[in-house]
Design a protein around this ligand. Structure first.
Ligand code: ASP
Ligand code: MG
Length: 414
């Protein structure tokens, strides 16, 4: 069996959804399809959550649900979807009304997951309308997670068993099984999510559980490029990449695939294709154990970085005691450490995080440390670097912090 994953951009409008259905229809063998929320739906729901304690929220929610129904109507897919879409809409309203009584990360997951539930409902209804034998599967019944809402951890053993059961139950009768990316549930049935952009990871989990023949991520670019084409118009396609190289690139922030995607499929040596849904006939990138022979310099840019410099207030040297205290807090506030250096009296880190969480950290640490912060920075990572690439990237910029290790060059730029 093969696993396909379609992200939000590939199902943003009715035309795109038809395109996705065409790509699915070309596959002759049984197929498992993992789909994200339509277009920017997840961002839209985040806005609603932000307004959840105001009168606006329900109105915004109803508008979003109406947009989904309009798309279903355009696709002639109303008959097989309207009952469910109505149900999600009213469940969503209940969740919004309930807001004040809930832990907010849990509340977030209950509402945000509706995006994927609605998108997959529409896609399945469209496939059925077009005569393809397809089945909608509830990801919450397959993916078991812990209770870390908004960035839940998969419970692999239980998930493997339930994914296999669910797929085995349906594979004889249906050619196409469609499920939601991004969402899971706790053992007692409360919805969780795997972290923003987590649908690639969902597809990798399924691929792992069923020993898929291959997994394909369908994107609006031709595959994995040497840099983000919006920043580097001369970026070129990398046709073959090893798992290790892909893990490194995504770890440093390459947006083409979610960083957690590679490890499960590497474990089972499942080839991962990254292909364009606009030009499905093109080859794209294949990620496998063999990889490429020689790699060109590959650039990953991450914006919104912070440089924090901690110095101890009691004139003591920065030592393990300080570092372990800081790292416990980084973990607690989900602050990601991208680069670091310690000297006798200070500890410098380049981090990325939600602004609110960073403020909480600083507040808490201000008792023990003098903290200096520089904001709005860029972290640039180059794999297989050469001097001309570094010169090109640093031209007209100030390098605040840099580090080289083996074939990787990292720098924080202002
Ligand atoms: N819809 C979710 C998000 O936008 C998950 C995904 O697209 O992968 O973050
Ligand atoms: Mg998305």
């Amino acid at each position: 069996m093969k696993v396909y994953k379609f992200g939000g951009a590939s199902v943003a409008h009715a035309d795109n959804i038809l395109n996705v259905c065409n790509i699915i229809a070309l596959e002759k063998e049984p197929l498992i399809v993992v789909i994200s929320a339509l277009g920017k739906t997840t961002n839209a729901i985040e806005k609603i959550i932000h307004e959840a304690d105001t009168d606006k929220a329900v109105k915004m929610w109803d508008e979003l649900c109406d947009e989904h129904k309009t798309i279903a109507k355009k696709l002639n897919a109303e008959e097989h979807s309207i009952v469910y879409l109505d149900e999600y809409q009213s469940e969503g309203r209940e969740i919004i009304y309930d807001y004040s009584r809930r832990n907010s990360d849990e509340f977030y997951d209950q509402l945000i997951s509706k995006g994927e539930l609605m998108s997959t409902t529409i896609v399945v209804a469209t496939l059925i309308e077009r005569g393809l034998s397809s089945k909608w599967l509830d990801a919450r019944k397959m993916f078991r997670s812990d209770e870390r809402f908004r960035s839940a951890n998969i419970q692999w053993r239980e998930t493997e068993a339930s994914v296999q059961d669910m797929i085995n139950d349906h594979v004889q009768r249906y050619n196409v099984m469609v499920t939601q990316g991004f969402i899971a549930s706790t053992r007692d049935g409360r919805t969780t999510t795997l972290g923003r952009e987590g649908s690639d990871y969902s597809a990798a989990i399924i691929s792992y559980c069923i020993n898929a023949e291959s997994m394909t991520v369908w994107k609006d670019v031709d595959g994995v490029l040497t840099g983000d084409p919006r920043i580097f118009p001369n970026a070129t396609l990398i046709s073959q990449l090893s798992y290790e190289e892909a893990i490194e690139m995504t770890y440093y922030g390459a947006q083409v695939i979610h960083p957690k995607t590679i490890q499960p499929i590497q474990r089972k040596e499942i080839p991962l294709n990254v292909k364009s849904f606009i030009h499905p006939d093109r080859n794209g990138t294949i990620i496998n154990a063999a990889g490429g022979l020689l790699y060109p310099p590959m650039i990953v840019v991450s914006n919104n970085q912070y440089l924090l410099e901690f110095s101890s207030k009691d004139f003591s040297f920065i030592a393990e005691r300080h570092l372990s205290m800081l790292f416990r807090k980084f973990n607690h506030y989900r602050i990601r450490v991208n680069m670091m250096r310690n000297s006798a009296i200070s500890f410098i880190v380049c981090v990325s995080a939600e602004k609110e969480r960073l403020e909480l950290l600083k507040e808490e640490m201000a008792y023990d440390f003098e903290i200096e912060e520089t904001t709005n920075l860029q972290l640039v990572t180059v794999r297989h670097y050469n001097q001309s690439t570094i010169d090109f990237l640093t031209k007209g910029k100030t390098v605040l912090f840099e580090e080289t290790h083996d074939i990787t060059y990292q720098m924080v730029l202002k």
